[in-house]
Design a protein around this ligand. Structure first.
Ligand code: ADP
Length: 707
C-alpha cells in the first residue's frame, strides 16, 4: 500500500491525509451535532406532547365530572315539567345545582325548544273549547251580523254585551270585550273603547296556551292605537311601555313569529316617541331600563335560534341513527355572537318522554372554563416559565388565555378526544416560538462551527501544500546544485591535471606553449578558488557565521582593481568592457574582498548569460548618500516573473541558456547577502533578449553596522 502511495505526488498525499483524518471526522462530527439538534427537537416535542396530553386529560376529566354531576341533577329533578311554571322551576333547579354550564335548553319530540325564558315551537296552538262554544252561540253570531253585515256598531255593542253577561270564562270575556272595544273604535268613541280594552287587562291571561297571542298583549296594543287616534301621545306611550314590559317579562312561543313582530314594532314606536318627546324623561328612562332587559332576552332568543338551526338537526339525526345514548353528552363547536362556543346535548331518560321531552342541551360556560377550571388544573402542573397553555378554537384563534388573542404559532397542539370537537389544547412559547425555532440557534451554532473548522482547515491545507511545494523545490534545487558544483569542480581539475602532466613529461619545449599551459593552469585554479570561495562563503552565510572585515577603503579603487584582475579573462572570452570609474576616491566602510567577490559574480554572470552581443558596461557613481555601481550586459535577459526569485539560493532561471551554462545558483544569493551586510540594496532591470543591468547601492555612511 505504502509502496503504491510513493507514486502519488506529495500534494495529493497531503490532501488525502487531510480529507481522511481531518475533513472526514469533522464532517462526521458536524453530522452528529446536527443529529443531536434534531434529537433535541424530537425530545422537546415528546416532552411537550406528554405535558399537553396530561393537561388535556385533566381538562377532560374535569368536564366528565361536570357531566356526572349534571346527570345526577337531571335524574334527581322531577321528570314532568309540563306547565310553564313547572318548566321555570325545573330550569332554576338545574341552574342552581350544576356548574360550568349556561344556556340550558330542552328539546321535545315535535322539535320544539325551550330555554329559561324563550320557547320556539314548544307549544302547539290549541283550539279553545270555550271560545268555540262562544263563537257558535246565537248571541255572538247575531252580534257579528250587526257588526259586519249591517255595520250597525251600536247594535253590535249591545249584542256583544248580552253575550258577555252569559259568558263565564275569562277567555270568552276577553274575546267579547275586545270586540266591544273594536266597535266603539269603529264608532269613533275611543274613550269608551279604551275602557273596554282596559277591562281585559284585569282578566287573567290564558295559562295553558302559550303558543297564541295572549289577550293582554292584544288589548294593550289596541289601547295604544286608541290613544293614538285621539292624539293622546303621552297616554299612548304609557300603554306602549306597559306592552313592552309585558312582552319582555313573559315572552310567548317564538314559533309563530308574532312575538318578535310585536317586540320590534313596540320598540320602534317607543323609539319614535322618545325621540320626538324628549321632555318626557320618565318615559325615556323607563324605556331605557326595559331596553337593557330586552338585551338579555335577545341573547336568549339568538341562542335558541342557533340551537334550532344547527343543533336540533344534529339531535334529530343522532336520534334517527340511534347513536345518541341516554345521558351521554355530545358536543358541537359553534359560533355565537362571533365567538366560539361548545354546545353539548344529551338524550334524556325515557321518564321524560311522557312529557314529550327528549333531550337536554347546554353551552359550556367559557367563563367558568377560563376563570375557574383551567387555572385550577394548570396550578397543579409545573410548566416552567417559558411555556403557556392555551385553548385554540376551530379557526386557530386563541380562546384561552385571554391576554393572548389572534393566532399564534404553537409548540405542540392536541385535539380533545370527545369533548370540544375541533378545539385544541396547545402549548405556546412565551414569545410565540415553534420547536424548530427553539433549536434553530443550536443548529446555526453547529453549522457555524462546521464552516469555521472547514475554513481553518482549508487555510491550513493551503499553507501546508505551499510549504511542502517550497520544500520540494528547494530539495530539487539542492540536488541540481550538487550536480552542478561537481561538474564545475571536475572540469578545471581535469584541465589542470592534463596540462600539469603534459608539462611534467618535459616534451613541451616551446617556451610560448609552456607559458600558455601555465596560464591555463593558473586560470583554472583561479576559477576553482572562486567557486570554492562561493560555496564556502555561502555555507557560512547559510549557517549565519559569515564574518566581514570592514575597513575604510576607496570603493573606486576596489572596483578598479577587481575589473583589472578580470579584464584579461573578459577580453579572452571575446567581450568588450566599457567602464566608467571616476578618479576621485569614494571612501566607505567596506569589506573589500566581499565587495570584490560580489562584483566578480556580476561580471561572471554577464559573460555567462550573453550570446551574440558580448558587451559589459560598468559604471560607478556617487550621490550625496550612496555609491552606485551598475553592471550592464546585452545578453539573454531575465523574464519578468523570474526577477523576484533569482536572488534565492540555488535558484536558476529555467531558460535554455541557463541550462547550457554551468552554475551553482549561489552567485546572486551571495551578492545580495554581501550588499545587505553593507546596508545597501541590489536591484535589477532586465528585458528578455536585450540584456540586464544589476545596480548595487552602498551607503557612504553605514549606520548601525558593526565594524
Ligand atoms: P548561477 O550560478 O546559475 O549563475 P546566480 O545566482 O548567479 O547562479 O544566478 C541565478 C540565475 O539568474 C542564473 O541561473 C541565471 O538564469 C540568472 N542570471 C543571473 N545573472 C544574469 C544575467 N546577467 N543575465 C541573464 N540571466 C542572469
Amino acid at each position: 500500500m505504502l509502496e503504491r502511495l510513493e507514486h502519488i505526488s506529495p500534494k495529493t498525499k497531503i490532501l488525502f491525509v487531510a480529507t481522511l483524518f481531518i475533513l472526514l471526522p469533522s464532517a462526521i462530527l458536524s453530522y452528529l451535532g446536527l443529529r443531536s439538534v434534531h434529537e433535541r427537537a424530537e425530545n422537546l416535542r415528546t416532552n411537550y406532547t406528554g405535558t399537553i396530553n396530561l393537561i388535556r386529560d385533566k381538562i377532560e376529566h374535569e368536564v366528565l365530572r361536570l357531566e356526572d354531576n349534571l346527570r345526577l341533577v337531571l335524574r334527581e329533578t322531577p321528570a314532568e315539567p309540563q306547565t310553564k311554571q313547572d318548566l321555570i322551576n325545573w330550569f332554576s333547579r338545574i341552574k342552581s345545582n350544576t356548574q360550568g354550564i349556561t344556556h340550558p335548553f330542552l328539546a321535545n319530540l315535535s322539535e320544539g325548544l325551550i330555554s329559561t325564558s324563550v320557547a320556539s315551537g314548544w307549544w302547539k296552538p290549541r283550539k279553545s273549547l270555550e271560545l268555540d262554544r262562544l263563537y257558535h252561540s246565537a248571541e255572538f253570531q247575531t252580534a257579528e251580523v250587526s257588526e259586519f253585515v249591517e255595520r250597525d256598531f251600536a247594535r253590535a255593542i249591545e249584542r256583544y254585551k248580552i253575550a258577555l253577561l252569559n259568558s263565564s270564562f275569562a277567555i270568552q270575556k276577553a274575546a267579547l270585550l275586545s270586540r266591544i272595544g273594536r266597535c266603539y273604535f269603529k264608532l269613533g268613541k275611543y274613550t269608551e273603547g279604551i275602557a273596554e280594552y282596559k277591562k281585559i287587562l284585569l282578566l287573567p291571561d290564558q295559562k295553558d296556551n302559550h303558543a297564541t297571542l295572549p289577550h293582554s298583549i292584544a288589548a294593550l296594543s289596541q289601547i295604544s292605537e286608541g290613544y293614538s287616534s285621539m292624539k293622546m301621545e303621552k297616554e299612548k306611550a304609557t300603554a306602549l311601555l306597559r306592552l313592552y314590559e309585558r312582552l319582555i317579562d313573559d315572552p310567548w312561543d317564538l314559533a309563530g313569529g308574532d312575538f318578535t313582530f310585536y317586540l320590534n314594532s313596540v320598540r320602534n314606536d317607543l323609539e319614535d316617541y322618545v325621540r320626538s318627546h324628549s321632555s318626557d324623561t320618565t318615559a325615556s328612562r323607563t324605556f331605557l331600563e326595559l331596553q337593557k332587559r330586552e338585551s338579555f332576552l335577545d341573547e336568549e332568543i339568538g341562542f335558541i335560534e342557533l340551537v334550532r338551526q344547527n343543533i336540533l338537526p344534529q339531535i334529530q339525526m343522532a336520534r334517527w341513527r340511534g347513536s345518541l345514548s341516554e345521558m351521554q353528552p355530545r358536543y358541537s363547536s359553534e359560533r355565537f355572537h362571533d365567538s366560539a362556543v361548545q354546545i353539548g346535548y344529551l338524550m334524556l331518560p325515557s321518564s321524560f318522554r311522557q312529557s314529550h321531552i327528549v333531550s337536554f342541551g347546554f353551552e359550556i360556560d367559557k367563563q367558568y372554563l377560563i376563570v375557574d377550571l383551567l387555572p385550577r388544573i394548570l396550578s397543579t402542573i409545573d410548566l416552567g416559565k417559558d411555556v403557556v397553555v392555551g385553548i385554540v378554537d376551530e379557526k386557530a384563534e386563541i380562546q384561552y388565555p385571554r391576554d393572548r388573542s389572534g393566532i399564534w404559532d404553537h409548540l405542540v397542539a392536541e385535539n380533545f378526544s370527545q369533548i370540544f370537537p375541533s378545539w385544541k389544547v396547545a402549548l405556546f412559547h412565551r414569545e410565540g416560538k415553534t420547536i424548530d425555532a427553539l433549536v434553530e440557534k443550536d443548529k446555526q451554532i453547529y453549522l457555524g462551527l462546521f464552516v469555521g473548522i472547514m475554513l481553518v482547515m482549508l487555510v491550513g491545507m493551503v499553507i501546508t501544500v505551499r510549504a511542502a511545494s517550497h520544500e520540494l523545490e528547494v530539495s530539487r534545487m539542492k540536488a541540481e546544485f550538487v550536480s552542478n558544483v561537481t561538474h564545475e569542480l571536475k572540469t578545471p581539475l581535469a584541465l589542470i591535471r592534463m596540462f600539469g602532466e603534459t608539462l611534467e613529461t618535459g616534451l613541451v619545449t616551446d617556451e610560448a606553449k609552456r607559458h600558455e599551459f601555465y596560464q591555463i593552469i593558473r586560470k583554472e585554479s583561479e576559477r576553482l578558488t572562486h567557486l570554492i570561495n562561493n560555496v564556502l562563503d555561502f555555507s557560512k552565510m547559510d549557517a549565519g557565521i559569515k564574518e566581514y572585515t570592514f575597513e575604510e577603503a576607496d570603493l573606486a579603487e576596489v572596483v578598479r582593481s577587481t575589473l583589472e584582475a578580470y579584464k584579461f579573462h573578459i577580453r579572452e572570452v571575446g567581450f568588450e568592457m566599457v567602464s566608467e570609474i571616476p578618479a576621485e576616491p569614494m571612501i566607505a566602510t567596506v569589506d573589500k574582498d566581499a565587495i570584490s567577490q560580489a562584483i566578480l559574480n556580476l561580471l561572471s554572470n554577464a559573460t555567462k548569460y550573453s550570446k551574440d552581443e558580448k558587451y559589459i558596461g560598468v559604471v560607478l557613481r556617487k550621490n550625496s548618500t550612496d555609491v552606485i555601481l551598475s553592471v550592464e550586459d546585452r545578453g539573454v535577459g531575465i523574464p519578468k516573473e523570474e526577477l523576484p526569485k533569482i536572488f534565492e539560493k540555488f535558484y536558476r532561471v529555467g531558460t535554455a541558456k541557463t541550462r547550457e551554462t554551468r552554475g551553482s545558483g549561489l552567485g546572486l544569493a551571495l551578492v545580495k547577502h554581501i550588499v545587505k551586510a553593507h546596508g545597501g540594496e541590489v536591484e535589477i532591470s532586465s528585458e528578455v533578449g536585450r540584456g540586464s543591468t544589476f545596480t548595487i547601492t552602498i551607503p557612504l555612511e553605514q549606520e548601525g553596522r558593526g565594524r
